[in-house]
Design a binder for this molecule. Structure first.
Ligand code: RAM
Length: 551
């Protein structure tokens, strides 16, 4: 090929490429890097601490309109009363383990009087909250698999025997029913127990002595939530979905940094996600560990991919582990291509196109319009990634980023801020939401003073679309703190997480809407997770800002 023809080939190629969306240009990291990352994930896999836990008492399930979701479990007699009588007359018994545990349940069956002459069929229903024991699972209307619900039918062919339910469970309460008795004999159920697992250790520094009892309680429940979600990855929820999601990982890592300090777990998760990124180098929103590590193929999540960078920066800040930060730097850098690929000349993200091509999460909230929020979140992530680059001496690789930040911030103020309402408005309906204001504040699009005014206007605005759950409440609290609104931040924590505590939460919930306890993003509230990673962050706030929360 002569020189002239090679130029024309190059020109043709670059012409073709210029019509492709930018993110198709991204290159794979290569098999060597991926293998190294997967190995790093493997060597940092934590050993699970196991504890054998026995139930503390029996309970009585009661309908109560004042209780959370209309049901409560009242304390009844000691567990011995179950173990020392024939089971037939006790079918439907509620056993209370006193706290939330995650692990493997076993039990023993023995003859009680006459010779066992037939198999037994028992049904176990495990509940994180009382309503899961009371609400019929059929007809099932949920949008997630019915199989997540924790009811297990066990057929026992031989009595006496000791059995372990194969599936890992997450619960405080168990209901045990006898489905198929034999008229010929009765039996005893004994030694119900759970081998509880967690990768969190117990040594967490206590709060200052003057901390209010409610804050202490919120912290205790938060720690419990985090502990249960810390398994061999940061799970989102030990009942459901039991896997690593980037958005949950970031918040769990924040709380872990100031409590259990299991930094290797964070490291493992960061490596695992990197190793399982797609061919273009973009991170999947969620990955699975078993049977072999694999991603949720095709599930890219715009905001979560960007939050990975924030999590990596946070990991580096907390550990000084430069080697890992440098190792994973190409991954962080690559995620920024997502922003570039949707950025319009105006400096705004092309939300309509992005929303068609990639999942933008922001919050579980029906009707939420996310164009403003993703703009703010992208600016926030660009800034955080730039800070990470600076700390690694890599800012020259992000030479265009400061100008992107400037342009995107200016565009947000010019096109998305409404001078009349003094709030950021989203979508054609000019929606006023907490999500929009929160991410504009966190993105630093407005000054601290402007941010405080916005939050005050928002609070006074009765129609504003409130956060749908603890995930966005976390960012609301952070936005308030960033604006110097200490009292409001404390009040929000006490009102929101405090209300869960007052409603009997042993662990914090995936979804909690004070105006509707039955809300579920999945159309069936028993499928909600009631021990959910992203709700554990009071642990972080209380320790990070003792002057606000421990005073
Ligand atoms: C749900 C889970 C998880 C969250 C995603 C976006 O499936 O609750 O925690 O990260 O949604």
């Amino acid at each position: 090929m002569n020189h002239g023809s090679s130029i024309s080939v190059v020109t043709t190629i670059s012409l073709i490429l210029s019509f492709l969306p930018l993110f198709n240009l991204a290159q794979d990291y290569g098999a060597v890097a991926r293998k190294k990352w997967l190995d790093q994930a493997r060597v940092n896999k934590p050993v699970l601490h196991e504890r054998l836990i026995k139930p503390v008492r029996l309970g009585i399930l009661k309908k109560d309109t004042n209780a959370f979701q209309g049901w409560k479990v009242e304390t009844s007699v000691a567990v011995d009363s179950l173990y020392q009588r024939g089971f037939k007359s006790q079918s439907g018994v509620i056993v209370d383990f006193g706290e939330h545990f995650t692990g493997y349940v076993s039990f023993s069956l023995a003859a009680w009087g006459r010779t066992p002459d037939a198999p037994l069929r028992l049904k176990f229903t495990f509940g994180e909250v009382p309503s899961e024991l009371a609400v019929p699972f059929e007809p099932y209307s949920g949008s997630l698999s019915r199989a997540w619900l924790q009811d297990e039918i066990v057929t026992v062919s031989e009595v006496p025997s000791t059995l372990t339910i194969p599936r890992r469970l997450a619960f405080r309460y168990v209901k045990v029913e006898l489905l198929s008795p034999s008229i010929g004999y009765d039996f005893k159920l004994t030694d119900l127990q759970i081998k509880a697992t967690t990768s969190a250790t117990e040594n967490v520094a206590s709060l200052l002595p003057n901390t209010s009892p409610l804050v202490k309680e919120i912290d205790r429940v938060g720690l419990r939530t985090l502990r249960e979600c810390m398994q061999t990855v940061y799970e989102d929820g030990p009942k459901r979905d039991r896997r690593l999601w980037i958005g949950d990982l970031y918040l769990e890592a924040l709380a872990n940094d100031l409590s259990f300090k299991n930094h290797n777990l964070t490291k493992r998760c960061l490596y695992l996600l990197a190793a399982l990124s797609n061919k273009e180098g973009y991170l999947h929103g969620t990955v699975f560990e078993r049977p072999e590590p694999h991603p949720q193929e095709g599930q890219l999540l715009f905001d979560y991919a960007l939050l990975y960078n924030v999590a990596l920066r946070n990991y580096y800040k907390n550990t000084n582990d430069r080697e890992t930060a440098l190792d994973l730097w190409p991954v962080a850098k690559r995620q920024l291509e997502l922003v570039k690929s949707y950025l319009m000349h105006s400096g705004l993200i092309d939300y309509d196109r992005a929303a068609k091509e990639i999942w933008i999460f922001i919050d579980w909230k029906d009707g939420l319009h996310k164009d403003v929020a993703i703009q703010g979140l992208a600016i926030y992530a660009l800034k955080q990634t730039y800070e990470l680059a600076k700390s690694l001496g890599k800012e020259h690789e992000l030479a265009e980023v400061p100008e992107m930040i400037r342009k995107m911030s200016a565009a947000a103020k010019q096109h998305l801020f409404d001078k009349k309402t003094k709030l950021f408005l989203s979508g054609v309906d000019k929606q006023i939401s907490y999500a929009s204001q929160i991410w504009m504040i966190l993105g630093g699009v407005v000054s601290k003073q402007e941010g405080a005014k916005i939050v005050n206007t928002l609070i006074a605005h009765k129609e504003a679309l409130k956060p749908g759950g603890p995930y966005l409440y976390h960012y609301l609290l952070q936005a308030m703190i960033d604006c110097g609104m200490k009292d409001e931040a404390k009040e929000t924590m006490l009102n929101y997480w405090g209300a869960m505590v007052e409603k009997g939460a042993d662990t914090f919930w995936e979804v909690y809407d004070p105006a509707d306890e039955y809300r579920s993003p999945y159309n069936f509230y028993p499928i909600n997770s009631y021990c959910h990673a992203w709700s554990c962050t009071p642990v972080y706030f209380i320790r990070k800002y003792p002057e606000i929360f421990q005073d």
